[in-house]
Structure formats: structure tokens, C-alpha cells
Design a protein around this ligand. Sequence first.
Ligand SMILES: *Cc1c(COP(=O)(O)O)cnc(C)c1O
Length: 355
Amino acid sequence: MSIFWSPVVHALSPYTPGEQPKLDGLIKLNTNENPYPPSPHAVAAIQAELGEDGDRLKLYPEPTGLMLREALADHFGIDSTNVFVGNSSDEVLAHTFIGLLKHDRPLLFPDITYSFYPVYCGLYGIDYRQIALDERFAIRVDDYIEARPGAVIFPNPNAPTGRLLPLTDISRLASALPDSPVVIDEAYIDFGGESAVALIAEHANLLVTQTLSKSRSLAGLRVGFAIGQPHLIDALTRVKDSFNSYPLDRLALVGATAAVRDREWFDQTRRRVAASRDRLSEELESLGFEVLPSAANFLFVRHPQHDAAQLAAALREQRILVRHFKAARIDQFLRITVGTTAQCNALVDALQSLV
Ligand SMILES: *Cc1c(COP(=O)(O)O)cnc(C)c1O
């Protein structure tokens, strides 16, 4: 606290990111990073942009991220006017909260979801209500429709549960609330779901956000994007140009563009992660864990006889990091990122000795 803080800063309750320890040799299964490296084409493109002497860094990047928007438009079979790009999907989401989700009636999102959402609401003074997931931790679309909200946002698959909502439910929700923006945060969709990007032509109120941090192994490059009809994209562009005209630097632009164009690498790594997830899920079940069905690159699990916080602490002593949330309804769960085969095996070995 300081007398120099503005009243806005006094009132903030910031997001707490998962630990990024400096220790080497840790098995890091706590922040849903991809265990495989990014596309070699992305790395080569960044090196080429840097050149011998970095001379190009003298110049500002192209402000609208057009080369990346065109690569994403090709990838999804849409137009570049349907695409907004930003410095991480967290930033794209922040612009979305102020640009599309602040209305007279409250914004709705699940009681168990990405914990950044209430933080943006605090920052931007957005009235919100949390809707309880059902007892199996699934989203019930009818609860949102009946509440007549100002807007709706949730991840699909949801985080930290990993549960996937079928596209038919998203379509039904968007149709039932034609005057309310509906935002689907698809940070994990590439690991096992169908993207709602397929629905944007039919729904003027539907915006889909994605990130290159998880399925394209580029969490360190900070690139995210949103897809929707041009009037929604325009709202985000207006916010961006009132905040930072050049959110993507030259290295991020060329690296992200090459990663999006390398479909083969993308398909290969996401399939490997999904296969490891399904194997890990079976192994944890055989150790007595309850494992929620996951379409993401993480599992949300609890053990009927072992306290989750104690398990997380015991794993940490064996240099394995997983994420535990001290929150109502989920404080007996662990969120475990799917690692390489070797990392998953090390986790299962450690848990075998603990449970
Ligand atoms: C990881 C994550 C993000 C943020 O991704 P970045 O692009 O790395 O900021 C957004 N939403 C959800 C649900 C996530 O899990």
C-alpha cells in the first residue's frame, strides 16, 4: 500500500499465475504449458527476422498484425476481417471485457472457471454473476439463458475442470441470447474439441478467443487471437488503439505466423498430448483417483482418501509441480498438466508411493 496508489489500484485483487520456479530439473505440470517444442519453422522465422545485427528491430511492427491474421484466416477458412490478434489471449480477453462484456445487466460466467475473469471485472468495474456448474462440473446452458444476462463468457473446454461443452449447446446459447455477446475462450480446444469458429457466420453475437500458448507451444512468445464477425472485431481494435497500437512485436508476428502455417507440427504435437492425456487418465484411475473427463491438456483429479493440498506438497518434495486451488467446491482436486511420456511416468510413480 502506498499513498501514491490510485483508488483503482487500492481496490484491485490481481490474478495469481502458477509458479514459474527458477530451479532446474523440476517436472513442471502446474501451468498447462506444452511439453513439446514449438514448430521449427517458427524458430527459424524469428531467427531470420532478427538477422545478423537485429537492424529490423529499429522499426515498429505492422500495427494490425496482418500477416498473422491472414495465416489464421487461411487456417480457419475465414476472412482476415474476422480476426483480431493480441499480445497473449489474456490481453485479447482484457480488451473483450471492456469492449464487449460491460453492460447494464450482469456478465455471467461459471462459479468454477478461469480465475482471471473476476479480476478483469474488478479492473473495469463490470457487474458479474457466477452460475454454478452442475454436480458433475458441467455447464448447464439453460441456466445462462434463463438469467437474461448482459453477456456470457466461459472457456470450452472449461478450466480447470477440462470438461467440454458440445457445439450444439453453444449454438443454442448464442441463438437464445441474440442481444448479448457470448464469448467462448478456447485456450484448450485443440486438444479434443470442435471449435465454435465454425458458428461465427451464423451468430452475430459470438466471439471465440484462442491462444498460441498451449497447443502451439509458444507460451513464451505471448500471442492470442479472437475470431468473430467484423463488428465485434472492430470493438477490440478500437480498444487496442486506445491502449497499445503495436501489441505484437516483430519477432512474435513472424514466429506466430510460421507456427500457424505449420499445420503438420501442430497436428502431431496436439495428438501426442491427447494420447498421453488418455493414458495418464487411465493410470490415475487405477490408482484410485476420480478423473473428470478432459478434452484439454490437463486432468482435474481427486483421491477419495488423500487430501489434495497434502498430495501437492508431497509431490513438490519429489520435485513435481501440480496446481492446487484453495477454492470452494474444488479444494480437494489437483489440476495436472499432461507432460511428456517420461514426465507422466514420473508422476504416476511418485503418486503410487503416496496413495
Ligand atoms: C492459458 C489460458 C489463457 C491465457 O493464455 P495466454 O495466451 O497465455 O494469455 C486464457 N484462458 C484460459 C482458460 C487459459 O487457460
